[in-house]
Design a binder for this molecule. Structure first.
Ligand code: PLP
Length: 434
């Protein structure tokens, strides 16, 4: 059993998060329930910013909102002075509805539609990260039509194979994202965008993957890009004002994961970039990073109620909870692993090994294999740790399960920030046959 952030055990022997009793939270808001430790999110945000301040580097720390995009979360990012990445009209709309400062919004995506790009220009957001040649043409035509100028970054793929799961690996040359840095596409993209009078080319972007534990990949990517920057300074007198090195900093989900503290990735990256920039006598660009998971991942805990169980003699015992792949699809999608305890008695001696099943009609709907737990009783509460990133944001209504509520806790207080979906919500968009 481990505690982190503001989690601990209170006088009643219950799991406590942000000074709030998790058993009370489950009673008041129902289960499944996503609970966020707000203090931990703030600590992570400040850690990243501090890493830049410490070395006197101009920077933007942009929260990759796809990890968990809701109005309250966007407002929390604003409070902490972060910038914001969006990857769709929906995330952009959420940011705008939350009142996020538009000049600090960056728009990503490999297939932004005309409507989405127009929306971005309407809102006058800070920058659009152009991903491909189609988008260059599309955005040019919109800017011309509307005679509007826009800041852009070019997303490049540096040709790095980060050590992570295949689906969350994006820096290699054979990727659906970005302009190849090695094969001349990046030069071509620059040639097409630099002379265009409605584009202000701020610089370059890369994002090499997610849940990366080693700094090697980031350092290599930085090296390849800065080398190109040096080349472009010579050949076309282009010097980038902004170097965006993406997100993907790994976090600890289970004991098997051994990440370095999130802000340490940044310290090491900055050191490398500084050296390279000095070496090539370039001007130091503003450095942007885009943490998603590492800002909100371990701050989220999901509470479930334990229901049925099934013994397969000599094989395993299944324990089912009242959620599953509908609120956390990562185990099914990425074989993601989690740790959990009983929220109502986290310190109880573990006496058996069980596997936690969801309630969806899929054999693959398993949340945790082989979890040590005490003997459980009906209505015990299971707290699954580190579910703050890509949990709620990937939640779905499979089997018509309503999506859970989200609660923020901090300093002994709880705030409901997303209501639980109702059955009426589920059929709200349905129309009758006649
Ligand atoms: C997903 C994504 C991120 C954030 O990744 P995390 O693993 O959540 O840190 C950052 N930048 C881009 C472009 C992304 O697509």
């Amino acid at each position: 059993m481990y505690f982190y952030g503001t989690t601990g055990v209170n006088k009643s022997g219950h799991l406590e998060i942000g000074g709030v009793d998790s058993v009370e939270l489950a009673k008041n808001f129902g289960t499944p329930l996503y609970v966020y430790d707000v203090a931990l999110i703030r600590e992570r945000a400040r850690g990243f910013k501090h890493a830049f301040d410490e070395q006197n580097i101009r920077a933007q720390v942009a929260y990759a909102s796809k990890a968990f995009s809701t109005i309250a979360m966007v407002q929390l990012a604003e409070e902490e002075g972060l910038s914001l990445d969006v990857v769709s009209g929906g995330e952009l709309y959420t940011a705008a509805a939350a009142g996020f400062p538009v000049e600090r919004i960056h728009f990503h995506g490999n297939n932004k539609s005309r409507e989405e790009l127009e929306m971005a220009l309407d809102y006058q957001i800070g920058c659009i990260v152009i991903d491909n040649f189609h988008e260059i043409e599309l955005l040019k035509s919109i800017c011309k039509e509307q005679t509007k100028k826009v800041n852009i970054l070019l997303r490049v793929t540096p040709g790095i194979e980060a050590h992570t799961h295949d689906y969350i690996l994006t820096g290699q040359e054979d990727s659906k994202f970005g302009f190849g840095l090695q094969n001349g596409q990046a030069e071509e993209a620059l040639a097409q965008t630099l002379p265009f009078k409605y584009f202000n080319v701020l610089g370059l972007h890369c994002h090499i993957g997610s849940q990366i534990f080693e700094t090697t990949g980031f350092l290599l990517a930085a090296k390849k890009i800065v080398e190109k920057m040096a080349e472009w300074k010579e050949t076309i007198s282009f010097e980038a004002d902004v170097l965006n090195l993406g997100g993907g900093f790994g976090i600890r989900y289970t004991n098997e994961d051994e990440p370095i503290p999130p802000s340490q990735y940044v310290s090491e990256i900055i050191k490398e970039v500084k050296q390279l920039i000095d070496h090539y006598s370039l001007k130091m660009p503003e450095i942007w990073i885009e943490p998603g998971r590492s800002l909100v991942g371990d701050a989220g805990i999901t509470l479930y109620k334990i229901g049925s169980s099934k013994d397969v003699p000599e094989v395993r015992k299944y324990l089912a909870v009242d959620g599953g792949m509908s609120d956390n699809i990562r185990p099914a999608l990425y074989q993601a692993k989690y740790e959990a305890v009983l929220a109502n008695r986290p310190l109880a001696q573990t006496t058996e090994t069980v596997s936690i099943a969801g309630k969806c009609c899929e054999s693959g709907d398993m949340l945790i294999w082989d979890l040590p737990l005490p003997e459980t009783e009906e209505d015990d509460l299971l707290a699954v740790f580190c579910t703050g990133a890509y949990g709620y944001s990937m939640a779905n209504n499979y089997n018509r399960l309503p999506r859970p509520a989200v609660v923020f806790v901090e300093d002994g207080k709880e705030v409901l920030v997303v209501k639980r979906e109702s059955y009426e919500d589920l059929i709200k968009l349905d129309l009758p046959l006649k």
